[in-house]
Design a protein around this ligand. Structure first.
Ligand code: GLC
Length: 489
């Protein structure tokens, strides 16, 4: 490899439906917002493109620079495409503007509206490239909303000199969401011909699937942990695509997510009551607990074991196990602090128990970045009994704050939380294997025993948790290696 070749900037474009700090509904936004910053800037020019939602806060949208606009053919009509640009913390962001698709106070409006919204976005992402004069070597697509990009690249854009040879990567953050709808509507919306709607391409149980299209046409597939990469080759986790995952096993890799270690740092975090670090947490961390107990109206007791749940309140997160065990759990000497929104049955379940055990349970049924940091800092343990979990970021945040995760051994939870072994003195958390409420309760109670009866051992778990490194450093190298392999040098 010559020096000149090595020094050529590799151009990467991230395409996604959400990205921190502009817009977020889940972990996808954290990944898209933090990974580009961690690639080696000397060799990788990584830019990001997302929709210009009306919901993006004015503090950001006011700073966007208008580039140009044009009209694009889609769904039997000409649709307006505006392009905006912004530099933020060293990264170039592009925003695709179209009021019809991206106004409204929710970024996802449900099917079939989202189908057209993201067909529009996917086609626009490719259409704007010659205009902004950015020819990526790799387009890195995230989740079903961008699944059509590899398809369109294959279908019409590769024919054009500018696009020839552009590679694509499809990253699965969650295989459950695929953008599935009936094929006739999908053909109309996307303009794709019958050719694309066969079982070896986008057809999925007689319907069409955007994500499947991406997974068939992308040059490489990644998902966000090694264990999930294996799990999705099986029917239980495969969401009907396990066969495709097995067929593409050679092109599929699991790369575990990291988190932004500057944003999540108990030593400097300005959102928490009391800063602390791996050396002084024994004295300082619990000041966060008593302050939060006061703020949330829980019994103020520095010794009470406080367990946190910060989560989207959906089936995926294993909340039915918690619901089933709540009464029993609340007989123990614990406090439970919940933060999140989602399905009504879970929102109401937590509200109910917060009413029933008002000094022990606090249900905060809203979104709050501020409170989430306070919970990570204040709690002793963090509960995440997910049914499936591609990666999971909250347990990484918990580890960083010395808040011991209690998790089910699935996906990224299995890869990032090492179970406590009291005989060997190893481990950073507690875990259980089966999706079973009693197994979960047994594991929580085991953690309670260590917390109350073997405090020194507990603190050593915290030591190890805080020493674990889930910054992006290692995973960014794995992505770089993937890009290099795709580009061919
Ligand atoms: C999705 C997954 C979660 C993962 C996140 C970021 O939200 O459910 O497990 O951590 O995407 O990749």
């Amino acid at each position: 490899m010559t020096w000149e070749v090595k020094c050529t900037m590799k151009k990467i474009l991230f395409a996604a439906s959400e990205c921190v700090p502009f817009i977020k509904t889940g972990g996808l936004a954290d990944v898209v917002g933090s990974l580009p910053k961690c690639l080696d800037k000397e060799y990788y020019d990584c830019r990001v493109i997302i929709p210009k939602y009306a919901k993006i806060a004015a503090q950001y949208s006011d700073k966007m620079e208008y580039i140009t606009n044009f009209y694009m053919d889609l769904n039997w009509r000409q649709q307006y495409v505006g392009i905006f640009k912004m530099e933020y913390e060293g990264i170039t962001y592009y925003f695709i503007d179209n009021e019809e698709h991206f106004s409204g106070d929710q970024i996802y409006g449900g099917m079939p509206w989202d189908l057209e919204k993201f067909a529009f976005f996917s086609k626009a992402v490719l259409s704007v490239l010659p205009i902004i004069d950015f020819r990526p070597d790799v387009i890195h697509c995230h989740d079903w909303q961008t699944g059509l990009i590899p398809v369109y690249l294959h279908e019409r854009f590769q024919g054009n000199e500018f696009f020839r040879g552009i590679k694509s990567v499809m990253t699965i953050h969650n295989l459950k969401f695929q953008g599935v709808w009936d094929t006739e509507t999908m053909k109309n919306i996307t303009g794709l011909s019958d050719y694309y709607f066969t079982p070896d391409k986008m057809e999925y149980n007689k319907d069409g699937s955007y994500l499947k299209g991406g997974l068939v046409y992308a040059d490489a597939i990644t998902t966000v942990s090694k264990t999930y990469a294996e799990e999705i080759k099986t029917p239980f986790y495969g969401e009907g695509l396990d066969g495709l995952m097995r067929a593409r096993a050679n092109d599929l890799r699991g790369i575990v997510n990291g988190i932004d270690y500057d944003e999540y740092n108990p030593e400097t975090d300005s959102l928490i009551f009391q800063n602390y670090n791996a050396r002084n947490f024994r004295k300082e961390k619990q000041k966060n607990k008593t302050a939060l107990q006061e703020q949330l109206g829980l019994e103020v007791d520095p010794k009470a074991m406080m367990i946190g749940v910060v989560s989207r309140l959906t089936d995926q997160k294993g909340l039915d196990l918690i619901a089933y065990m709540m009464d029993e759990l609340c007989q123990d000497a614990i406090q439970l602090v919940v933060l999140g929104t989602g399905e009504q049955k879970y929102e109401n379940m937590f509200r109910h128990f917060a009413w029933k055990y008002d000094k022990k349970v606090s249900a905060n049924i809203f979104y709050s970045n501020d409170l989430s940091h306070k919970i990570y800092a204040a709690c002793d343990a963090f509960l995440m009994p997910s049914l499936f979990e591609p990666c999971g970021l909250s347990q990484l945040m918990a580890l960083r704050y010395g808040t011991v995760p209690i998790v089910r051994e699935t996906g990224g939870l299995k890869d990032t939380v090492e179970p406590y072994n009291e005989y060997e003195g190893t481990g950073t958390g507690f875990s259980f294997a089966n999706y079973n409420a009693h197994e979960m309760l047994g594991t929580i109670r085991y953690a309670e025993r260590i917390y109350y009866d073997k405090k020194r051992d507990w603190n050593k778990i915290v030591d190890r948790a805080m020493a674990a490194d889930f910054s992006w450093h290692r995973s960014a190298l794995e992505y770089q290696e993937l890009y290099d392999w795709l580009i061919g040098y």
